[in-house]
Design a protein around this ligand. Structure first.
Ligand SMILES: Cc1ncc(COP(=O)(O)O)c(C=O)c1O
Length: 377
């Protein structure tokens, strides 16, 4: 893989480079990957992508897939499903692929929601499930996060009555980066009626180091109403290539597949996904790099008395002390894209962890744009 481990010396020297806000260089020169939109250079820290991109093996696999561009990728799809199934220790029939995990979330809505049913989700959380639910005419039930910005699972369980069709748990949660622990999740699953599907979105699974966290993949046998979604967009660095999947019970996999388009994933990403999975140490190497940069950023913020939510993912929410909208615009004017404003947390800014240089440029701009204040108690 083309990403060598980030030694302390390299990390320090990357941060030691004098990169001021005015001296923002094109992302490729700053060690990141270019943005697809063209135009002036930007440092894109807005969408929780991985700045290191796919592994060199994945890139080679994509290049080689040109040779089969004329053919439907049925055999490759099956091989990839088998590789994912082996990775999770489940049968291939329990894996459903999607054009990104966003498509899988849409399939869940289509499969489990209908007029008169409810979709229960935290507020704020990743909004795809609520967005796609609109066409089903299901009723959204939004449950505010706890005071420490975590899913309020007891309140979400209480919201799951006989009408509940789907309850969405984003773990770690986007945009807060907080997690629910394995024990909490299990007692929640005990309380949710089996008539409601519990969709656990583990897009940021690979970044979690907290021993209380457990993947819901291991809970599907005991709770067949659980559907787990994963993606190749985050730690595997392939957001532009579009591949996600569900791990579920046999029955739910069949239902989800019935709502999917035929050949909904392309030959290039299928080959790249297999190459990525074959490198078993890849997620840990990237986790180490990106979590290392996140720790550095959070330590700097804490030293300056800034308030940030402890994150288990490749992004951090930071309080800006007022409406974040003009702050987002001011960053953009300096060539740095940060996350959008979340209505339920209007004074918080979400920033994706970039390369060390990108993250240092972000912090430089942040210091100039957001007045320092004593940390909240
Ligand atoms: C929690 C969560 N789930 C799913 C996705 C969608 O990812 P993709 O469709 O690229 O797999 C995102 C993207 O940011 C996300 O934050």
């Amino acid at each position: 893989m083309n990403v060598p481990p980030l030694s302390r010396r390299r990390f320090v020297s990357a941060f030691g480079a004098a990169v001021g806000v005015a001296a923002v260089r094109p992302p490729a020169a700053a060690g990141g990957v270019p943005h697809d939109a063209g135009g002036p250079p930007v440092i894109d820290l807005s969408s929780n992508e991985n700045p290191y991109g796919p592994s060199s093996e994945a890139l080679d696999a994509m290049t080689r897939s040109q040779a089969v561009a004329a053919r439907y990728p049925d055999a490759s799809e099956q091989q990839t499903i088998e590789a994912i199934a082996r990775h999770h220790g489940v049968s291939p029939e329990r894996i459903v692929l999607g054009c990104g995990s966003s498509e899988v979330l849409r399939l869940c809505d289509a499969a489990f929601l209908s007029p008169g049913r409810t979709v229960v989700a935290a507020e704020p959380t990743f909004e795809a499930v609520l967005h796609y639910a609109k066409v089903t005419a299901a009723e959204p039930v939004k449950v505010p996060l706890t005071a420490d910005f975590r899913h309020d699972l007891p309140a979400m369980a209480r919201a799951c009555d006989a009408r509940a069709g789907l309850v969405y748990v984003c773990n770690p949660n986007n945009p807060t980066g907080t997690i629910v622990g394995g024990d909490e999740l299990l007692s929640f699953l005990d309380r949710v009626p089996p008539t409601a599907a519990v969709v656990v979105d583990e897009a940021y699974h690979h970044f979690v180091e907290d021993p209380r966290y457990r993947s819901a993949v291991e809970m599907v046998d005991r709770f067949p109403n659980v559907v787990v979604t994963r993606t190749f967009s985050k730690v595997y660095g392939m957001a532009g290539m579009r591949l996600g999947y569900a791990v579920s019970s046999l029955a739910n996999a069949k239902t989800l597949r019935a709502h999917a388009s035929w050949s909904n994933v392309n030959a290039a990403v299928l080959a790249a996904a297999r190459a990525s999975l074959a490198d078993e140490g890849l997620p840990a190497r990237l986790r180490e790099r990106l979590n290392g940069t996140r720790s550095w950023l959070c330590a700097e913020l804490a030293r300056e008395g800034r308030r940030a939510i402890p994150s288990h993912a490749n992004f951090v929410m930071i309080e800006v002390g007022g409406d974040v909208k003009p702050v987002i615009a001011a960053f953009e004017a300096r060539g740095i894209k940060v996350g959008r404003r979340f209505a339920a947390m209007p004074s918080w800014l979400r920033v994706t962890i970039g390369t060390p240089e990108e993250t240092r440029a972000f912090l430089g701009a942040f210091r100039e744009l957001v007045a320092a204040r004593p940390a909240a108690a």
